[in-house]
Design a protein around this ligand. Sequence first.
Ligand code: 13P
Ligand code: 13P
Ligand code: MG
Ligand code: MG
Ligand code: MG
Ligand code: MG
Length: 370
Amino acid sequence: EKITISVIKADIGGWPGHCKVHPDLIEKANELLKQAKEEGIILDFYATYCGDDLQLIMTHNHGVDSEKIHSLAWHIFKEATEIAKELGLYGAGQDLLKDAFSGNIRGMGPGVAEMEITLRKSEPIVTFHMDKTEPGAFNLPIFRMFGDPFNTAGLVIDPNMHMGFRFEVWDIKEHKKVILNSPEELYDILALIGAKSRYVIKRVYPKKGHKLPEDEPVAVISTEKLYEIAGEYVGKDDPVAIVRAQSGLPALGEVLEPFAFPHLVSGWMRGSHNGPIMPVPLKYATPSRFDGPPRVVALGWQINKDGKLIGPVDLFEDVAFEHARNKALEVADYLRRHGPFEPHRLPLEDMEYTTLPSVLEKLRDRFEPV
Ligand code: 13P
Ligand code: 13P
Ligand code: MG
Ligand code: MG
Ligand code: MG
Ligand code: MG
């Protein structure tokens, strides 16, 4: 029997500024999710936060893109927005960019990662939740988990994964996708996904000959682009991902290992700066310094045969990620000293949706030939 795991998130108000989700919003989400579980709509759920983004984690039997599940999430975000307004939270309803729900939450503002899978005897998964960054922030770590033998020993020494994986890469400007084989097309994959503001890994699939079904993803990432919906800057996309682990897939520790390196991502202050992504436990998922630096939380789960979410284990609570956090802070100090200069500030083409165009417009007549 197949079950679906859905992670749907939205920023519906920050407390204060863009720092954190207020506990009353999580409480509201829990209340409505509990109701939905009692009504048999979902099998299990967990509501949490990462920074100012409210995170709904659900298991159910309705497949991906289910109207039932998406409208449930939309309803929860709407209801919680009312509380956010009541509390005067900052940017109440920030990510809800459309007025009326029309069957699918994609393209409406919230971020979505979903996978329908045949449960294994034991199903360990990790849900990743990022704040103050964009979907391309997952390119490097997801690539390393499933494509890099220096990260994932299993690619070399486990016969069940020695054949590699398939990467589904989206061109988010042209709205096109391509499926590439690793390791055969490793350099092509890297040529694309190194340009992380344009090409993003959407899913990873097993290959033919793998013991898991070829058409069921082993990793999925949210790729919503808020500015493409709103036409202007309305905050960063703050992506989420679901990754399955063990038994023919990267071991739990191979799934987490890429985050021992706090790589540079775009986002941070006003969504306009490069900064290191810091792996943190939930208690530190409260970006405050210059609205950052960007954060990633990893929650570990076992899904049982009834679709129950056994967890979470707050995986970056491990002291083993202390060096990554310290390195991130060191890099943050270094980058901050650049102030408004690139490459701390994003390059021009990524500043399109900020005030920069209006500055240029204002100065247009004062430019003269040289
Ligand atoms: P255990 O023997 O603890 O199950 O570990 C197996 C493994 O694959 C560790 O990466
Ligand atoms: P969020 O996308 O997390 O709301 O961040 C917006 C921002 O501009 C932070 O400075
Ligand atoms: Mg916000
Ligand atoms: Mg956010
Ligand atoms: Mg955001
Ligand atoms: Mg064991």
